[in-house]
Design a protein. Structure first.
Length: 601
């Protein structure tokens, strides 16, 4: 039977003359917390601003002034002088792009020359050589500053490119962590202040690796868009080589990408896939050669001089070690144990980097292959060199930062507490390392303070120097900082220098007999002069120091270390733990004052 039960209307009828009740307004749901992708742009902006700030603080360190005519960093003086027409270098305003100097690649010289031309156009840089033929230190300092600004921009650009590589290979969080790590690595921060080639070359290296990492995806795209990443990776590899020759090894990342594409599994695998990868790789190689020729035109236009200078540099780096590196053991061990701990801000960060290398060897992902083939080849190359400056390792820092970030991100997924503790230790110690590295670049340099103090004495004292005066020496003569040992003698003696200098000839440093004969009122010693001579048990240096300690009293107030966290003693003189080229900004400098006969030892 059909159901005849009437439905009961449960809705209440409104009485006549009354308006129906409206339902209460819906309560708005709380806004959703921002996702990781929404936080990334803000976090990345903070990282990039931090990178720029750390690299701009102290940018005026060691610039020419009334005391010294050149920077306290000898390499940037070489670069700058070959970039400016005032010293016979590039004259790009009149089409001169060939410097006739090829110990370094030409590209960075060209960029510095452009920056100085722009500065002159806005009347920010005046004539560097005056009417009398003397150097105007103020105008020269402005040229240095413009050149350093170029390095700062490229250093910050390397931080961004490191983030972009990490994001593409392993995600946003890895990219951001790697960018933060590179931001606070002391070696990268310090050398981003200098008008040299190491940080700029690293910028081109990471750009080349970035586009090489895009080649795998682009292989599925036809037309010009499919070839573009290969071309750009090759172009940036060529520019890296045109800045610093051994950075040409980054082309291996492009070749690794070509190998991955050629043999990648898939429905289209076969001869056609191999042929396509081969042609794209060849296009990238051609682009690299063209970019190198454009960035270093003297390689073609001035081929004989180019080959001679490159050969000279190769012999200098690989066959004739400076005093700092003699008897220091295998190169790979020296780099890891001596250079890297201070360069990256401590053993926790270095441990994370080495752990990242081990993780890459275990996982062997495509990204590891693309960045690892360059890192391995470059590390082997510099570990075979006789000269082992820490700055040679700067192109490796973005790769190591990427691997450390990837390792710590994996650790957060599995052992969150331990991984976060390690991450905090890495950041804290690296930040402390950065602070102690850039601190001496903010105030007055110790060499300027000593020179001002000595030059203010009346009557003028006599000053003894144990070895050839150079950038490590207080500027008792304004041309001591000329970027060539003993090059200051090329300039006319400055009559405004009232001190009497007692200088040993270059072939007889630390001559104790000359010290006994002349008995100068005070003697100035830099750790860059005495550290390695004493380490190698040089008898002349040991006799010289023994005579000083017996007949002079030392002012140790200048021996406070700020670069590096530790100091040691060698023959009762303080020495530092930092790599030698991180000491340019703050070398220990000792002043010994001759004792009077009545003074106790």
């Amino acid at each position: 039977m059909p159901n005849t039960k009437r439905r009961v209307n449960t809705r209440r009828k409104s009485s006549p003359g009354t308006a129906p009740k409206t339902p209460p307004p819906a309560v708005a749901a709380p806004p959703a917390p921002p996702t990781l992708l929404q936080r990334i742009p803000i976090a990345l902006a903070i990282v990039l601003l931090t990178a720029a700030g750390l690299r701009l603080v102290g940018l005026g360190w060691g610039l020419p002034n009334v005391l010294h005519s050149f920077s306290y960093h000898p390499d940037e003086s070489v670069v700058l002088m070959h970039s400016l027409p005032a010293f016979g270098g590039l004259d790009i305003a009149h089409g001169g792009f060939v410097p006739h100097f090829y110990n370094y690649g030409t590209l960075q010289l060209i960029l510095i020359a452009f920056a100085c031309v722009i500065g002159k156009g806005y009347h920010l840089i005046g004539p560097i050589i005056g009417a009398t033929g003397a150097i105007d230190p103020k105008a020269f300092a402005h040229a240095y500053f413009a050149a350093r600004l170029v390095t700062v921009a490229m250093g910050v650009g390397a931080v961004w490119a490191t983030y972009a590589i990490g994001r593409r290979l392993w995600g946003h969080s890895v990219g951001l962590a790697a960018a933060l790590a590179l931001t606070i690595l002391p070696l990268h921060v310090q050398h981003s202040h200098f008008a040299t080639v190491d940080v700029p070359a690293t910028f081109w290296v990471v750009l080349s690796i970035l586009w090489a990492s895009k080649c795998v995806e682009a292989a599925k795209t036809g037309g010009f868009r499919g070839v573009l990443p290969w071309l750009l990776s090759g172009v940036f590899a060529g520019l890296a080589a045109a800045t610093k020759y051994n950075c040409a090894l980054v082309i291996l990342s492009l070749l690794a990408a070509g190998h991955i594409v050629a043999w990648a599994p898939g429905p289209d695998k076969g001869p056609a896939q191999v042929k396509s990868a081969l042609w794209r790789t060849l296009a990238g190689l051609v682009a690299a050669l063209a970019a190198f020729a454009a960035g270093c035109p003297g390689a073609i236009a001035d081929r004989a001089k180019f080959l001679a200078d490159v050969h000279f540099e190769q012999v200098h780096v690989y066959e004739h070690p400076e005093l700092y590196f003699q008897h220091t053991g295998p190169g790979f061990w020296y780099i890891i144990v001596h250079n890297m701990p201070v360069s990256v801000g401590g053993w926790p960060m270095l441990g994370a980097m080495l752990g990242g290398v081990a993780c890459a060897l275990f996982l062997r992902s495509r990204g590891d292959g693309i960045i690892g083939v360059f890192a391995l080849a470059y590390f082997l190359l510099i570990s075979l060199a006789a000269s082992r400056y820490a700055r040679y390792e700067i192109p490796l820092l973005p790769v190591l930062a990427l691997w450390a970030a990837r390792l710590l991100s994996l650790g957060v997924d599995h052992k969150r507490t331990i991984a976060l503790a390690v991450m905090n230790a890495c950041v804290a110690l690296s930040a402390l390392g950065v602070a102690t590295t850039i601190m001496p670049m903010v105030g007055i340099d110790i060499r300027d303070r000593i020179a001002e103090s000595v030059l203010s004495h009346a009557p003028a004292p006599s000053v003894g120097l144990a070895s050839t005066p150079w950038f490590w020496t207080p500027p008792f003569n304004p041309d001591f900082t000329y970027p060539q040992p003993w090059g200051w003698v090329k300039f006319p003696q400055e009559t405004r220098t009232p001190v009497s200098l007692v200088i040993n000839p270059p072939d007889k440093p630390f001559d104790v007999e000359a010290l006994e004969r002349s008995k100068p009122d005070l003697v100035v010693l830099s750790e860059l002069e005495y550290h390695d001579r004493l380490r190698l048990h040089d008898p002349a240096a040991r006799a010289y120091v023994h005579y000083l300690t017996a007949n002079y009293r030392v002012d140790r107030t200048s021996a406070k270390r700020t670069v590096g966290l530790l100091t040691a003693q060698i023959d009762d003189l303080p020495v530092s733990d930092a790599p030698v080229d991180m000491l340019y900004t703050d070398p220990i400098t000792l002043v010994f004052y001759r004792r009077l006969p009545t003074q106790p030892r």
